[in-house]
Design a protein around this ligand. Structure first.
Ligand code: FAD
Length: 490
């Protein structure tokens, strides 16, 4: 079966790798509009912050495509899908037939319509989505002095922290009443703004951006519309527009596929209107959900590879839980599930701790004895425990304090390598369990890098690396000689 993949980002490239590991022969062509080999987009924030080198985020070796018989068209954009003829037309003039088409076109950064942008973004104003964007931002940051980040969501804050670390004077402008309103409740948003202020990053909330100020084609500031009328200009020689993303579905829409917010697919990731077309990652909409995280995209890639290779015909994608961790030096933050419930909501139990002076806010939202949401800001040592409890909808221990504070009660113990069951997910991005880490330790892996090579644990956002190291160290302690482990922890 010939397979054509459109989009060589995190979902598309993972799908191609997963497919090849199951089927060495199926003819596969992958088109990627970006010129680079696929890279870990999640780590762009670390590249911007200067803590990760751009050449360290590549996901595929240069020789891999040739050695695995994959026809990779890097820097080639698919311009049209002809569903009737089952072929794609590309910017290099080629027409490629397919039996199955996999759409993995991701999202594009949303640029709000505003005056000053008629002819595109002026010099000094950028979005933050690709490695090219990241290169341009870091180049400009070398000479810029004042940066404004429009958008106080996860990416905006990561960008602001990165720019501040490069010595710029940074202000975040956010339209909503509190930062990261999708993941945080208002109280957490307030503590986060305080934390940013302590780091030297200014925040303006309910900031209604009316346009960009420019001179000689370059940005000079951002104009805010004030509530009482009139405007205020905030000077800036670098502006990052971090105003959300939109699924890239223009090709699919033009081809007549069913689109909601993205390409509508069933549990087999199949377009509901064309059985020859599948969609994964941020361009797909499954059960009314469009995911903006890498873990669901990678899970979809694995499911689809099993289906198309025929190695797992029963594989289905049935939905994923959303867990977010901020990657910004000096700001510890993890958030999951439904965090907005308050004390007035009758059917939920809230466990909360606030110490805004120290930048700490912790909240667990519980319904029917199970964790349905949590925020850990400032101190995240129970994040692994909460993630597991949330992910598995496991019954909670009666002692709730251990959910928020390490070392208190049964919940904290459940997070220790000793008590953690083998089925517990350690790496959310790659869905790697403690049992898999144990198995690779038994096969000789001793470092987090070994475990990453064997299982991929820690190769997504990287936030589980400490837990992986903890498990390996604990296994080493149990059996320094490295004999198969005999302690029953399941
Ligand atoms: C700075 C940053 C930080 C992030 N941090 C996190 C995080 O901490 N945790 C997390 O879970 N997620 C994070 N994300 C989100 C995560 O990167 C995305 O969820 C993930 O990349 C989605 O994968 P995708 O393949 O669907 O889309 P993408 O990775 O965007 O890939 C889509 C690819 O398709 C290509 N394409 C589009 N149209 C065409 C066409 N017509 N022809 C050929 N190619 C085409 C695009 O050029 C692109 O390369 C972050 C994103 C960014 C930008």
């Amino acid at each position: 079966m010939s397979i054509v993949v459109v989009g060589n980002g995190m979902a598309g490239s993972r799908f191609v790798g997963e497919l090849r590991s199951r089927d060495a022969a199926a003819p596969v062509t992958v088109f990627g509009a970006e010129t680079q080999r696929p890279y870990n987009r999640v780590l762009l924030s670390n590249v911007l912050a200067g803590v990760t080198r751009p050449d360290h985020i590549s996901l595929v070796d240069a020789a891999w495509y040739a050695s695995h018989g994959v026809d990779a068209r890097l820097g080639v954009e698919v311009t049209r899908i002809d569903c009737a003829a089952k072929a794609v037309h590309a910017s290099d003039g080629t027409v490629t037939p397919y039996e199955t088409l996999v759409l993995a076109t991701g999202s594009t950064a949303f640029i709000p319509p505003m005056p000053g942008l008629r002819d595109g973004l002026p010099l000094g104003a950028l979005v933050f989505r690709t490695l090219d964007d990241c290169h341009r931002i870091t180049e400009l940051a070398d000479t810029a002095r004042r940066a404004v980040v429009v958008g106080g969501g996860l990416l905006g804050i990561e960008a602001a922290r990165g720019l501040m670390g490069r010595g710029l004077d940074v202000t975040v402008l956010h339209l909503a009443g509190h930062l990261m309103e999708r993941q945080l409740d208002p109280a957490a948003g307030k503590v986060l703004a305080r934390t940013l202020a302590a780091l030297g990053i200014g925040t303006r909330l309910q900031a209604n951006v009316a346009g960009l100020r420019t001179a000689g084609g370059a940005v000079t500031g951002v104009e805010l519309a004030l509530p009482g009328g009139g405007t205020e200009t905030i000077g800036a020689d670098l502006v990052i527009l971090s105003c959300g993303v939109r699924p890239e579905v223009s090709l699919a829409r033009d081809a007549g596929l069913a689109i909601g917010r993205a390409v509508i697919v069933d549990d087999e990731l199949r377009s509901v209107t064309d059985p020859s077309v599948r969609a994964i990652g941020e361009c797909s909409e499954h059960r009314d959900e469009v995911y903006g995280l890498v873990a669901p995209a990678w899970e979809q890639a694995g499911v689809l590879a099993g289906l198309l290779a025929g190695t797992d015909p029963a594989a289905r994608f049935t939905g994923a839980r959303q867990i977010t961790r901020l990657k910004a030096a000096g700001i510890e933050l993890a958030s999951m599930g439904e965090t907005h419930f308050g004390d007035d909501d009758d059917d939920v139990e809230i466990v909360r701790f606030t110490d805004s002076t120290r930048g700490t806010y912790k909240k667990a939202v519980i319904r029917d004895g199970r964790l349905i949401g949590a925020i850990l800001l400032g101190e995240t040592s129970t994040a692994g425990t909460l993630t597991r409890l949330y992910d598995r909808a496991a019954p909670l221990p009666a002692e709730r304090l251990g959910l928020l504070f390490p070392g208190l009660g049964a919940a904290a113990e459940a997070g220790s390598p000793l008590r953690m069951p083998d089925a517990a997910t350690v790496c959310q991005c790659n869905n790697v369990s403690k049992g898999q880490i144990r198995a690779c330790w038994q096969a000789g892996a001793r470092t987090a890098a070994d475990a990453a090579r064997e299982t991929r644990a820690g190769t997504g956002c990287g936030s589980c690396r400490g837990t992986v190291e903890g498990i390996l160290a604990w296994l080493d302690e149990q059996d320094p000689a490295g004999a198969p482990d005999s302690v029953d922890v399941a």
